[in-house]
Write a protein that binds this ligand. Sequence first.
Ligand code: KG4
Ligand code: ZN
Length: 337
Amino acid sequence: MGIESSCDDTSAAVLKNNTILSNLIARQDIHEQYGGVVPELASRAHQQNIIPVVDEALKKAGVTKEEIDAVAFTRGPGLMGSLVVGTSFAKAFSLALNIPMLDVNHMVGHVLAHFIDDEGKDQPDFPFLCLTVSGGHTQIVLVEDHLKMKVIGSTIDDAAGEAFDKAAKLLGFPYPGGPYIDKHAKNGDPARFTFSKPSIPEYNYSFSGLKTSILYFLQKESLNDPTFIEKNLDDLCASIQRTVIEILLKKLIKASNELKIKHIAIAGGVSANSGLRSAMHETGEALGWKVFIPKFEYCTDNAAMIAITGKFMFQKGLFADQSIAATARYSMNDIHY
Ligand code: KG4
Ligand code: ZN
């Protein structure tokens, strides 16, 4: 059983060997009206959702809770109040059923989503690079084995998902705005507008300058024409999306060239972006990469990725005990298995 509750999705999944039998996700629409996740409300919604979601995941998988061998849960990183709900649930579940418990790093989970349902599926060879892009993180991860990976580059300010969400907010979309930008970008001209791109060293990223550049541009244009955003919405979305993708790919290409690694993966909520998915395939074709993109439902937050990570930890005997505590800040570079 996998449990995920790091942000605003409550999820439970049942895994048998490497096959997902069920992966239930309860989304929290309440945050839409606030333009971002409200931690206190997220925590309360997790408390309401967790038992029904676990029940439904068991039912859908066709197994009873007595048949579950172990429970894996997201220990961090994420919102403390949200993590505590999943962690406490997992502890109680483990105690009541007398089964072991596995504490999973959420970002490791995003990377290992590539190993779900692996029968007959192409998988990346080690070492591979994984661009992990979500609402809270933007990282290039060097993956040497299932449980041996390190972050070699990350954002110094906003995450790529945050850049999408903040730009979307300026355009008047509800939270989270990434998928709205994606949808409108499909009908727009990506070369119509240009925005500033960062110049920072090594494999690191920065997205806060892009947000400022979009803000000033929209303010200036809207002063001349108050209907500017409305009239140019599709082109604005396509141009913003293209800029984010170019920023992401530049460092990924640099890492691939310098480390001579050609198996390249993406993971995390932003990997659901259709522009990024096709840019990965095009770049891959041009540079001789083998590109790996998880199935759509395993890109955004889900418990299936926590369950598969738990399985790899189970095989190594990496169990947690009842003294384990959730942790809001939890870099994968701090894990030493
Ligand atoms: O991994 P995730 O579900 O949650 C975190 O761990 O943060 O990622 C959520 C992020 C949000 O910023 C959301 O706007 C973005 O992923 N996202 C997208 C798309 N789908 C989700 N961004 C751009 N295009 C999409 N299609
Ligand atoms: Zn995530």
